[in-house]
Design a protein around this ligand. Structure first.
Ligand code: PLP
Length: 341
């Protein structure tokens, strides 16, 4: 298969149309067969449930080329599980068993020409989503839904090395107690846009959101979970019902314990104790880990000993090990790598 003529290493993170998307419709109480489409537009009634009441959930994963030339995705079974949990919370019908993996496999295989070559640092970003598609005006779930997967090639997250970022403690919350913080729903992002735009305007890279109940504990940023490293090399991640369960974070915790022999802890992390950690990182599919050099809490600066020039040493080990596993340079735990071609 011939690759598209794309300057892979200079790609940004933007939408670039590929040849195929996947589409399946839910009508009369059942999902249809579904299949590939070359139509990249969606036509909806003006009153569609997604447009009026934001009834939509999504996932994000990447397809990439390993060391030995295979096209793979990383732990897509967990995206499947999480999409089902998100859908259930918003009264969206779950997909038939096996459908998610079948659809991801099909659409990535069909777009193989857009999967960047090994070593380019670029990946094919895969975005599955489900939305209420029929007209709804009274507040209730839609009766009809569409499940789509779009693919778009994206560039290396860190161009020229991973520079530590500066984040601020936000005065906005990203989730309500007992709300939807633990599902991947578009509505969680809509309400974070004002916070991120103002953070950028004020010179910060991201927002640190506190727990919405007491505003004393660390939750996550708009799209990534926290990892902290203690001065005695323990890996700590915040525990809360309103954090989105990141697959990258769960994988890194496993790697820390099983591959690096580090102690791991998932527990409540108070903002007051953050100054005592040695390293800090944000984890998510896009970057795997973005190192955090500084957290600013209303003028008070918390500077991690790892500094503003490079990733902390333990963060770096975690990053190298997980990316090594993903790329096929280090043996993966059973079931982590889903081979597509
Ligand atoms: C998607 C997402 C993450 C990262 O999850 P991954 O599965 O690691 O990509 C973290 N926080 C939020 C709010 C998210 O939406």
């Amino acid at each position: 298969m011939e690759k598209k003529n794309i300057d892979w290493s200079n790609l940004g993170f933007g939408y670039l149309q590929t040849d195929y998307s996947y589409v399946s419709n839910y009508r009369d109480g059942a999902w249809d067969e579904g299949g590939l489409t070359e139509d990249h537009t969606v036509t909806l009634n003006e009153c569609a449930g997604v447009l009026q009441y934001a009834q939509t959930v999504f996932e994000g994963l990447k397809a990439y080329t390993t060391d030995d030339g295979h096209i793979v995705t990383f732990r897509p079974d967990l995206n499947d599980e999480r999409l089902a949990a998100s859908a259930a919370r918003l009264e969206i019908p779950v997909l038939p068993k096996g459908r998610f993996l079948e659809a991801v496999t099909k659409v990535v295989a069909a777009n193989a020409a857009y999967v960047p070559p090994y070593g380019s640092g670029a990946t094919l970003y895969v975005r599955p989503y489900i939305f209420g598609s029929n007209a709804v005006i009274g507040v209730k779930p839609a009766d009809e839904y569409q499940f789509r997967i779009l693919c778009t090639p994206v560039g290396p997250y860190f161009k020229g090395g991973a520079k530590p970022i500066t984040i601020r403690v936000s005065d906005f919350d990203r989730a309500a107690p007992h709300g939807t913080g633990n599902i991947k729903a578009g509505l969680n992002y809509a309400m974070s846009l004002h916070a991120i735009v103002t953070a950028h305007r004020e010179g910060y890279d991201e927002n640190l959101y506190l727990d919405p109940g007491t505003r004393t504990k660390v939750e996550e940023t708009g799209g990534a979970n926290f990892l902290f490293i203690t001065k005695d090399n323990k890996v700590v991640t915040p525990k809360s019902d309103s954090i989105l369960p990141s697959i990258t974070r769960r994988s890194l915790m496993h790697v820390a314990q099983e591959y690096l022999g580090l102690q791991v802890e998932q527990r409540e992390v108070y903002l007051d104790e953050v100054k005592d950690f040695a390293e800090c990182g944000l984890c998510g599919t896009a970057a795997v880990i973005s190192p955090v050099g500084k957290i600013v809490d209303h003028g008070r600066e918390i500077c991690f000993p790892s500094g503003m020039d490079e990733m902390g040493p333990v963060t770096k080990k975690l990053y190298d090990t997980l990316t090594g596993i993903q790329m096929g340079r280090i043996e993966a735990p059973e079931g982590w790598i889903h081979v597509i071609a």
